[in-house]
Design a binder for this molecule. Structure first.
Ligand code: GLN
Length: 456
């Protein structure tokens, strides 16, 4: 049914870069047969899932939204993909994204944008617009995304979906094509909080193949979500409203739904406290130095030799340097080039301390703001994004306008804390989805699921 629905609607939405029709049907049939034979299967066995194209899949092309990886089929699965298969989920295909996960609208995909199912003239968010659109348009009940500065939570917000960025180190990054290694986390996208929790339980936990993977034992996120469904789950919860992440500069309808949500929380017995995080003001600036710096280093592996396409220069000698330059010129889009140049500049001798060094100091201050806030509250809340889905082209020519859209989501990545985005209702002025972001201390992902399920 999902494959047929993809056939019916994806020409308009373009959530998928690749649909694995036959292998999905074969996997589903095999799972059915085992269930028929009386085998005990996990809770998500047989459930279809869409996979962001940033994740390596041994049987499907993996492009990370870039021309430079066109046609590449990895020789291995990302750990999260291997875990999906082991839990008998059914991969439907790979979803569209901004090139190398750089962007907030999916307009930077080398394969054309994804459209928002709520309004085809608008962006589905980014970088994981494909995963969020697939879930929102009922092309898949579940999807995997990756979140370096908001790429799960912001697309969830503008498509009316649920999405979670786990604690840094909580989910393996092995086989996730690196954007900024100290910020990247893989996480679930779904239509309900419980669905994300079930998927989190499948993909999460220690992986020896990822050097930053946490060895902690994690509680069941599904059990935490179930606990949220009990009466009184929100009573006595201390909820911090981050002063710097709402109000001025936010769309009126987003603010209105946010205030209504706070009223709902209060009515359910939660205590609402205003919290100030003074250094969040510098989060976007710090992120857009740290991210390009790490990305410029990570993307050096696309050298025309090891992966993807190779392009020879039009004339002149075929030296390795000239082949590399021609390949990168043809293979990387403008946003990727912009960030590589920014990153190499920020890391260069003479500028390193002023830019990269200062940004790392700001990062520490932001972590301290979180620590201070969590001394007095259980969770922090804000809108997931300052606006509803904007129109195609609206921010494309102005990178700063695009970057500022990430103001709400970036602090959690800089501090490594978990964040959940969940639907908060439609903005009255445009009828488009708005999102609530909930953040908890590092390691307390389960708290987000309890809170989110209770509120939902
Ligand atoms: N919009 C952010 C950026 O462009 C977030 C990217 C992400 O989370 N992958 O960097």
């Amino acid at each position: 049914a999902h494959l047929d629905h993809i056939d019916a609607v994806d020409a308009d939405i373009h959530a998928f870069l690749h649909v694995a029709r036959q292998s999905a049907l074969d996997t589903a049939a095999a799972v059915d047969a085992r269930r028929g034979a009386g085998e005990e299967l996990g809770p998500l066995a047989g459930v279809p899932i869409a996979i962001k194209d940033v994740l390596a899949t041994r049987d499907m092309p993996t492009t990370s939204g870039s021309k430079i990886l066109e046609g590449w089929i990895p020789p291995y699965d990302a750990t999260v993909v291997a875990r999906l298969r082991a839990a008998d989920l059914v991969p439907l295909g790979k979803t569209n994204m901004d090139e190398f996960a750089m962007g907030s609208s999916t307009e930077h995909s080398a394969y054309g944008p994804t459209r928002n199912p709520w309004d085809l003239e608008r962006i589905p968010g980014g970088s994981g617009g494909g995963s969020a659109a697939a879930v929102s348009a009922f092309e898949a009940p579940l999807a995997l995304g990756s979140d370096t500065g908001g790429s799960i939570r912001q697309p969830a917000a503008v498509t009316g979906s649920v999405g979670v960025k786990p604690t840094y180190g909580g989910v393996s990054r092995y086989g996730a094509i690196a954007l900024a290694s100290s910020l990247d986390q893989v996480g679930p996208v779904s239509r309900t909080v419980l669905d994300s929790a079930l998927l989190h339980d499948v993909i999460g936990g220690y992986d020896p193949l990822d050097s930053t993977s946490l060895t902690s034992a994690w509680p069941s996120m599904a059990a935490a979500a179930q606990a949220g469904l009990a009466d009184g789950a929100l009573a006595g919860m201390r909820v911090g409203v981050v002063k710097e992440l709402n109000g001025a500069g936010f769309q009126a309808g987003v603010t209105q739904r946010f205030e209504e949500t706070l009223a709902l929380l209060s009515a359910a017995g939660a205590e609402i406290v205003e919290v100030s995080a003074p250094n969040f003001e510098y989060a976007v600036a710090a992120y857009y130095l740290i991210l390009p710096a790490e990305a410029s280093s990570n993307l050096a592996r696309f050298d025309s030799v090891r992966f993807g396409i190779r392009v020879n220069p039009e004339d002149g000698p075929l030296t390795s340097e000239r082949v590399m330059a021609a390949t990168r010129e043809a293979g990387f889009g403008p946003e990727v080039k912009r960030r590589i140049i920014l990153g190499t500049y920020a890391l260069s001798a003479g500028y390193y301390d002023a830019y990269y060094g200062s940004a790392q100091k700001v990062r520490t201050l932001i972590q301290r703001d979180f620590d201070a806030a969590f001394e007095s509250v259980d969770v922090l809340v804000s809108p997931s994004a300052p606006t509803t889905a904007f129109r195609f082209g609206e921010k494309l020519a102005d990178p700063m306008a695009m970057y500022l859209n990430d103001i709400t989501t970036i602090p959690a990545n800089l501090a490594g804390v978990p964040g959940m985005g969940l639907p908060m209702g439609l903005a009255p002025e445009d009828g488009l989805p708005t999102g609530l972001q909930v953040m908890a201390p590092a390691g307390e992902d389960a708290r987000l699921y309890t809170f989110g399920a209770a509120l939902e």
